[in-house]
Design a protein. Structure first.
Length: 223
């Protein structure tokens, strides 16, 4: 038996996919924002802390990076509320999980960026009388941001794709929308073809915009 494509079913349920795509972008933006705060805070602590601090941060990084994201999602959504008797929605749970997941990767990104700053720049800031906070805000942070922009871009694209995991706890993002159409219309090929195309197009648009941002702030290299 052949399989006839009927995309009219998709157009009748387009709101599920379009709304899901917008939510996927929201989840990615929120998670990268919180992940940046986590990653930067821990990276600074790692660079300036003692070996116990560095050891604790390294444990967090290795533990999170070596556990599948889907397992973390299940643990936070199903396990944590039972263990400590707290309640939160599926979307809140997923944002928290993806933020922690992103933070573990960004710790290493920011740490390498901080360590790549030439010592001469820091010495110059100290020589003109900048306080440690001023040196961080006006010397280290801008330089680190320019160094790490490519890695930040890649992390954001990856997080956008990772939002598809939220479908396992019924967060109505893009993959969940495709699943809903499939379960209610039995048009599995059409639903996932369109969802795939939406991920591809959105990913390329994000990549194009982020690459332009990288070129705008790229550190000039002199021969």
């Amino acid at each position: 038996m052949g399989y006839d494509l009927h995309f009219n079913v998709i157009w009748r349920n387009w709101d599920k996919l379009w709304g899901g795509l917008l939510l996927s972008l929201e989840l990615a933006v929120l998670s990268i924002g919180i992940g940046i705060v986590i990653g930067l805070t821990l990276a600074v602590a790692h660079v300036s802390g003692n070996r116990w601090v560095r050891g604790a941060i390294a444990t967090y990084v290795e533990a999170i990076r070596n556990v599948p994201l889907i397992l973390l999602v299940y643990l936070v959504f199903y396990g944590l509320p039972q263990a400590v008797d707290i309640r939160y929605g599926a979307t809140t749970s997923f944002v928290a999980t993806l933020s922690i997941y992103a933070g573990a990767y960004l710790v290493e990104v920011f740490r390498s960026g901080l360590e790549a700053i030439p010592q001469g720049q820091l010495d110059a800031g100290r020589a003109i009388g900048l306080t440690p906070w001023q040196r961080f805000a006006h010397v280290r942070l801008p330089a680190m941001t320019r160094i790490t922009l490519p890695a930040l871009s890649n992390t954001f694209i990856s997080l956008f794709k990772d939002t598809s995991v939220a479908s396992v706890i019924a967060v109505p993002e893009l993959t969940w929308g495709a699943q809903w159409i499939n379960l209610n219309t039995f048009r599995i090929v059409e639903a996932y073809l369109i969802a795939t195309a939406m991920y591809l197009v959105t990913g390329y648009v994000l990549l194009f915009l982020l690459r332009r941002l990288e070129r705008r702030f790229r550190i000039a290299r002199h021969a």
